[in-house]
Design a protein around this ligand. Structure first.
Ligand code: ZN
Length: 511
């Protein structure tokens, strides 16, 4: 391809150069185009590596529709699944599947594997349209070994979890994730996090953290992640760093100071964030840890007990977000609440009761988008040297089962939104979407346009680039992503998906 401004993903300034792709790899950057190859004129456009989405929840949606439409149309060529402690790399069990309902948008996806290699084989057999790498979800380890009880793991259980983790890392997982709000993970003590971090560090892999609190407890929670990083030397990622609730705005600066101090002492701690002022999670995330004991099959019926409801309401009296900041975004079965805020549903009445009724009716099968964040904080995080951009979203198909509800628009628009609304220096911004996240994962040959690297390439028109997905109309592909190559195969051309699915399952650092 010739005539385009090449941003190679390293942050180096752009240069006009010819990019030659041959046999799935970048054959050269900058040399004259031979006459025996297909020539694509990309004048006026930017040529860069495909985006490496280090933080996604596409574990099961990739099996619902392996084309990964909402992602590849925004330029993503690598999806990292298994984030926030959530994962599917164990034998199917009703309580486990309910605990990871956030991932589970298509009930027809059969959970046929029993471990991480089996899961990766299933993804490979499905023929993904993007590359896929997987973290090991801590929730899976704890649920399998300890169940959903609120108690410390015994030394024998820690050994068992460590062994399962080691096997999965040896089999090609790129790291470990935790999510200390998703039952049973609120019940994990620090010794457990240290033990698992040690195993991950010994394998030279990354530990990503959905920390215990992003609101009033943010600093304490980031301190815990940084402490574990310091004590184990494990490469560490603070996922989707944000401060939730007006009274906590500005706390991200203090969190980043903790990251800086650890890195100054030789640790490797990074952060990622998506360019939106709302998050997305199961509504059940608002429940206190004690109320989630026993797992979803236990806590859902417990919500019928007036005493339990009263105790939850008591805990909610000083919540950092308000009910008009919480919108119902997806439900496992259609309910009139979809698309409304809790405040709207309450009609001026009691939002607590509306939320509890929804949880009692739908359990983990109800998702929310939640606001209460500051644009200044977001820009502070995005400007930090360690920050990379990640969607925290899912690969969705607007015409399929996963195209239901009003999900967070990040699943469709994250990267174009960032590049057009939050980036000052385009070369550095592209780096934060490509080589920087790839390096965090140890995927040294992804995220760069370099001779010999796999040809994951995006061509976009900087004049037309932009996100179109909104919170009320989210199922809209991004504009301006004209051409996407995955491992050299043309996957999007002229803004249209070609039907090609050339993604690889990335097992380990050198894939
Ligand atoms: Zn998370």
């Amino acid at each position: 391809m010739t005539g385009g401004l090449v941003l190679d993903g390293t942050g180096a300034p752009g240069r006009y150069a010819t990019v030659l792709v041959r046999d799935g790899r970048i054959a050269s950057v900058g040399e004259a185009l031979p006459s025996d190859v297909r020539h694509v004129d990309v004048s006026g456009r930017v040529v860069c590596p495909g985006f490496v989405d280090i933080h996604t929840h596409s574990d099961l949606t990739l099996l619902s529709d392996p084309r990964a439409l909402s992602k590849v149309h925004q330029g993503v060529t690598t999806e990292v699944v298994g984030n926030c402690g959530l994962g599917v790399t164990a034998p199917e069990r009703a309580d486990l599947r309910a605990a990871v309902s956030y991932l589970d948008l298509d009930p027809s996806v059969a959970w046929t594997w029993t471990d991480l290699p089996g899961y990766l084989d299933t993804v490979a057999e499905a023929g993904p349209g993007v590359n896929v790498a997987a973290l090991v979800g801590h929730l899976v380890l704890r649920a399998v070994v300890c169940g959903f009880a609120d108690r410390p793991a015994t030394p024998a259980e820690l050994d068992t979890m460590g062994g399962l983790l080691r096997d999965a890392l040896d089999a090609g997982a790129v790291g470990l994730s935790t999510g200390l709000v998703y039952a049973p993970l609120p019940f994990a003590r620090e010794d457990e996090l240290l033990a698992l971090a040690e195993v991950t560090a010994a394998a030279g892999k990354i530990f990503t953290w959905h920390v215990r609190s992003y609101d009033d407890g943010l600093i304490e929670s980031v301190t815990q992640a940084v402490t574990v990083a310091r004590r184990t030397g494990c490469r560490t990622q603070i996922s989707h760093l944000a401060a939730v609730g007006r009274r906590n705005w500005g706390a991200v600066r203090q969190a980043l100071d903790l990251v800086d101090a650890a890195n100054a002492d030789g640790c490797s701690v990074g952060v990622d964030i998506y360019p939106y002022l709302h998050g997305n999670a199961p509504l059940a995330q608002l429940l206190p840890a004690w109320a989630q004991e026993g797992g979803p099959t236990t806590w859902v019926p417990r919500l019928a007990d007036p005493a339990v409801r009263a105790r939850i309401r008591e805990g909610w009296r000083n919540r950092p977000t308000t009910w008009d900041e919480i919108t119902i975004s997806w439900t496992a079965r259609p309910v009139p609440a979809l698309g409304s805020t809790i405040a709207e549903l309450a009609g001026g009445g009691d939002g607590d009761e509306v939320a509890l009724d929804l949880l009692a009716e739908l359990g983990t099968g109800v998702m929310m988008t939640a606001g209460g964040r500051s644009d200044d904080d977001l820009r502070t995080v995005l400007a930090h040297p360690s920050a990379v951009v990640a969607s925290d979203g899912q690969a969705l198909d607007p015409g399929g089962v996963t195209g239901a509800g009003v999900p967070h628009p990040r699943s469709y628009g994250c990267f174009p939104r960032y590049l057009t609304r939050y980036a000052d220096d385009l070369a550095d911004a592209v780096r934060r979407c490509t080589s920087a996240p790839a390096a965090r994962l140890g995927l040294t040959d992804r995220g760069v346009l370099r001779e010999g690297a796999p040809a994951d390439v995006v061509v976009f028109d900087p004049e037309r680039l932009g996100d179109r997905a909104t919170f009320t109309d989210p199922h809209r592909f991004a504009d301006g992503i004209d051409l996407v190559l995955v491992n050299g195969a043309v996957t999007v051309e002229g803004g249209e998906h070609t039907g090609t699915r050339a993604g690889h399952v990335l097992r380990g650092a050198s894939c």
